[in-house]
Design a protein around this ligand. Sequence first.
Ligand SMILES: [Zn+2]
Length: 632
Amino acid sequence: MTNFLTADEHHFLTQAERHDTGGYDSWRKAPRNRPFVVDIDARPLAALINAAAVGVRVYEFIAIQRPGDLLHYLWVTIVDLDDEVIQSVKDSVAYRNPYAFDKNAPLSGLSFVEFDQCFIWQGDDTYLEDACWRRHVEQQYWRDKLSDLFSLVLKLQQRLRGMDDFLLQNEIGLIDDKKHRQDFFATVQRKCILDSHNLSINTDSSDFYKVLAAMIAQDDVHSVSCPFGGLTIWRILVTEQIKRAQRLGLPPDEAFTLYGPDTGLNDLPENWGGYVHIPYEGMCDGDIVFLPGWRVFHAEEAGIDGSLAQTMRMQGCRYLFVPKSRALGDLPCATREEIGDWVLYRQKPENQLLKDTTLSDSLQAQIKQASELIASADALLITAGAGMGVDSGLPDFRGNEGFWNAYPALAKTNIKFYDIASPNNFSDDPKLAWGFYGHRLQLYCNTQPHAGFGKLLKLAANKKQGYFVFTSNVDGQFQKAGFDPKRICECHGSIHHLQCINGCLHYIWDAGEFTPEVDEENCQLLNEPPKCSCCGDIARPNILMFNDFKWEDSRYNIQQQALSQWLAQAKNVVIIELGAGKDIPTVRHYGEMLGWPLIRINPRNSDLGSSSGVSLPMGALAALNAIYSALK
Ligand SMILES: [Zn+2]
C-alpha cells in the first residue's frame, strides 16, 4: 500500500539523535568523568502511526493529546555508558517488569519511559549518574523536541481523519462520540514497540478480495466463519457487518454473524465497532466457510447426494474457501473456481446437481434395476430413518459430533443424545428437557419436506394396492408432505403428540396448542411446559426415548394394526428403505424381516445383507430424483 508517512516524516521519526549528556563523576572508579551517551529516536511512534493508518491502534494514536504523551513512543539506545550503570538499569527495569527483557542478554535499547524511570532524583542522596540524566532531560531542548513531534502528530491525525476508508471513519466517529470501547477503559493502553507485526494489509486489486467483498454483500449470505487471521480479510468482513448493522438498525452480530479463529483477533473488530464471535475451541458453521488445515474434510460426502455442509459436518456451509495448497480437486456437489491463493467451491443447486453429475455406470444400472422393481410392484412399503430428513436440512445426530453441532448448548455441558433423550429429564429438569424437545418441535414445524417426498408419494399413489409408511422418524414429515396419516406407522412415536409423564389414562393429545419458546443458546424452555389435564403434572412428547417405560404406545398400536392388515392382503410388494441407520436398526430389521424385495437407499450403509433387491449408496433426495426421472 502507499505509505501513510512521507519519506521526510519517516526519516524525522526514525533517525536517531545522539545525546551526549556531558558525563558524570563516578565515585566508584577513575577517570572521574565517565561517559553517558545515548541515541534517541521515535521509531515506536512511527510504528504506531503506520498501525493506525491500517486500522490498528487508531484509538491509541488519536488519544495523543499532549506533548508528554509522546514520551511513551521514544526509544533509547545506549551508546556509551559504564557497565555498572547499565547493570543498575537492567535491575531496575527487571524489578518493575520481570518479563521486560532477557536479563542475560546485553542491554541495547529500551523505551524512554522505562529508561527514564531508572534515574531518580533523591535530593542530596541522588547518585551522580542519576543527577546527570535528570539534568539532561530538564533542558529546554526536550520541550522543543516534544513540541516539534507533537505538531507533526497533530498534522498526521488530521491526515488520518481525511482518509477514505469506511472502517477507519467509523472508528474515528466512535472516538469523537465518546462511544469507542476503549473510552471505557481506565487508561489509554500505550505500547512502545519498534515495529508492528502482522500489519500487512493487502490493497492490491487481488481478485480474491474483490470476490469476497462481492460474495458477502449477497442477500443469501448471513454468516461467515473464517478461522484465519489476516487484517485485509477481516477489514472486508467487518466493513460489511457494520454497513448491514447501520442499514438494518441491528447490533452488528445480528446483522451479519462473523466467526473468527479460536486464537482470537486481538479485539480488532470490536475496536472498529463490529463484533466477531471467537469460538472456545475449533471453528463454527457459516454460509461462507474458510477451511483451515487442521479441519478434517470428508471428501466422500461431496458426491452427487452430498453437500459442502456434509463434507464439513455442518449444516449451513454453501460456499467453501480452501487454500490452494490443500488440493481437493473437483467436488461433484459444487463448482470450483481458483481465485488467487484460494479455491472457491459453490454448492450446486439441487436440480443442477442432478443434471450436471453423471452417475457412475454401475450406479445407473442399479437405479434402472430399482425403477424396474418399483414399476412391476403392486404395492410399496416405504421404510424410513433419520437419513430421509437430512436433505430437508434436518440434523440426523450422527455421532456425538453431529448431535453437538446441532445442539451446541449441550456440547458445553457434555450432554449426549443418549442423556437428553431420557424420560427422567422431564421430571428432573423439565426446562432443559423441553428446551431440547421444544426446539425440535419448532424445527420440524418450520421444516418443509424436500422434493423427494412429493416424488415418492406420486410413485406410491399410483400403485394398485397403494402404499404404507413405516418410519422411526418422529418429525411428522410424511404427513406434512401429503401422505395419508392412516397409512403411516411411526414406531418411535411423534413429536407432534403429547402424553403425561406418568402415563395418565393412556391419553395422547395433539401438541398443536403448545408453542414452545426456547432459549437456544442455553437449551432452556422459557415459557411454561405443557401440563397433563388429568393429574396436572408435566406433559412430554409421545416419543419413545431411551429406558422409556412410560411411553404411551396406544397410538402406535393402532397404526401397527392398520399396517398389519394392509400387509396381510398386499401382494407383490417392494420395500423402499430410505436413510435407515445401523445404530438403532429397528427400521432396517423390519424391512429385512418381511422378505419382500428391498431397495436400500443409504449413503453410508447400503449393503443388503441377506436380503435380495437393490443397494443404492446415495442420499434419499438424490436417489428419489434419479428413480423418478428413470420412471418417467
Ligand atoms: Zn397425568
